[in-house]
Write a protein that binds this ligand. Structure first.
Ligand SMILES: NC(=O)c1ccc[n+]([C@@H]2O[C@H](COP(=O)([O-])OP(=O)(O)OC[C@H]3O[C@@H](n4cnc5c(N)ncnc54)[C@H](O)[C@@H]3O)[C@@H](O)[C@H]2O)c1
Length: 397
């Protein structure tokens, strides 16, 4: 929900810092240097098409997320209609999206045949059901995180719907387009880390007063049912998978975690999980609400050939890849959560226009989401090691 401390290293500061380093600055011999010097010059956005994707936007809750990703400012988008169940939120979303049409619910909006893609920014427990409803009506979908909220059954239904419809599905995991996580992904795929021996990701979200939510879905919810800001720092970097988990829960004594106080029967305010990875490494991912004052989303990766903290690479790779995030269209803002909102919207629209898979497709989305559901089960069983179900694309014959 809120931006993390690393946001204080703003894009301009970062570019300035990188610009001041000379190209030959020492990456060799394991010395540290900020990566990507060769590719850090600002690139210009090039349209891939003149076409406008006709979109519907749903959900203008506490975070006002429907309007936060800037679809309304993208030159390849026309916002056809918006929706929220609550009338004044619907009005607010119409205004924010500069759109004069609205429907009373997502279920009605999806019947509008002129809409070809929908951004689902509704409450987390409804994401999977809403995305399935959108795709069943023949429309592409981008969803706010998580892909599914505690339900493995929903995960299965979601992946089946994507396979059956062949439509684009993207989860808007903001960490994936944060400067550091995006840079790690680029360096990983260029071979700068080798296998990741250890990775760690954190989503700390302390709040002195409970955060409101539609039908109270946030009240006492299991921390690692909301894992993706953390798990992005391994799954989003490598595209590899978690195979098993052992997780510990902690209770700081929040009223919402007392017996009978929440609909999830969840006693924990904090969960810390250790995952085994398909590379044979370990990954420590957490979601904590109980640590006083902490509101941070970040992570790090450590591999056999190098490691990265924030955007600082140390390792054996001499010629680092371009780590800059793709440029945005003029007039479109990078936005919140470390400047990830604009790039996520742009990625979704560009994937539709180019008829390709979006970066965080359903398989990556479930690989970031489902391990958290299993981690919570492990925490309830006092840390028992549990296997993680896999959702991989069908193999080509
Ligand atoms: N960094 C991030 O990626 C990040 C940050 C904040 C929130 N989120 C996610 O964004 C989503 C929205 O967050 P929020 O706090 O605004 O949620 P919220 O619970 O406050 O609001 C959800 C809204 O969805 C609307 N809605 C529900 N069902 C609907 C339907 N069938 N048709 C039309 N509208 C419907 C509700 O009326 C409500 O206004 C959440 O799922 C949350 O997990 C992600």
């Amino acid at each position: 929900m809120s931006d993390m401390r690393i946001d204080s290293i703003g894009r301009r500061d970062f570019l300035g810092r990188v610009g001041r380093l000379s190209l030959g600055a020492a990456v060799a011999g394991g010395l540290s240097a900020s990566p990507g010097q060769a590719g850090q010059e600002q690139k210009n956005w090039e349209p891939v098409s003149e076409r406008k994707v006709r979109m519907g936007i749903v959900g203008y809750g506490v975070c006002q997320f429907g309007a936060a990703f800037g679809f309304q400012d993208h030159p390849n988008v026309e916002i056809v209609a918006v929706s929220d169940l609550i009338a004044d939120r619907r009005e607010g979303l119409m205004k924010a999206c500069r759109c004069d049409k609205s429907y009373e619910s997502l279920e009605v909006l999806v019947k509008d045949k002129s809409i070809e893609a929908v951004f689902v920014a509704t409450d987390a427990p409804s994401h999977a059901r809403h995305c399935i409803e959108v795709m069943k009506h023949g429309k592409h979908v981008m969803t706010a995180v998580p892909a599914t909220f505690g339900s493995l059954e929903d995960a299965q239904k979601l992946v089946e719907t994507v396979r059956q419809t062949g439509l684009k599905y993207q989860m808007a995991e903001t960490s994936c387009f944060r400067e550091d996580c995006y840079a790690m992904r680029r360096v990983y795929h260029a071979g700068g880390f080798g296998r990741i021996i250890y990775s760690e990701g954190e989503y700390f979200h302390y709040s002195a007063t409970p955060i409101p939510s539609f039908n109270g879905w946030r009240v006492g919810s299991p921390p690692l049912w909301y894992p993706t800001h953390s798990t992005a720092y391994y799954i989003g970097v490598t595209g590899k998978r978690y195979t098993s988990v052992s997780c510990r829960g902690f209770d700081v004594g929040l009223d919402s975690n007392k017996p009978g106080a929440n609909k999830y029967n969840n006693p924990f305010s904090d969960e810390v999980a250790l995952f085994e990875t398909t590379e044979g490494g370990s990954s420590r991912m957490l979601m904590c609400k109980g640590i006083y004052g902490m509101v941070i989303e970040t992570g790090r990766v450590y591999g056999e050939k190098g490691w990265m903290e924030q955007t600082k690479y140390s390792g054996t790779m001499k010629n680092l890849p371009d780590i800059a995030r793709p440029p945005l269209p003029p007039g479109m803002f990078a936005g919140g959560h470390g400047g990830s909102h604009g790039p996520l919207a742009n990625e979704f629209i560009t994937a539709i226009l180019e008829d390709r898979e979006p970066m965080v497709n359903v398989y990556e989305a479930l690989a970031m989401t489902v391990p958290g559901i299993i981690a919570h089960k492990s925490a309830i069983k006092d840390g028992e090691t549990l296997e993680i179900p896999q959702y991989d694309p069908p193999k080509l014959a």
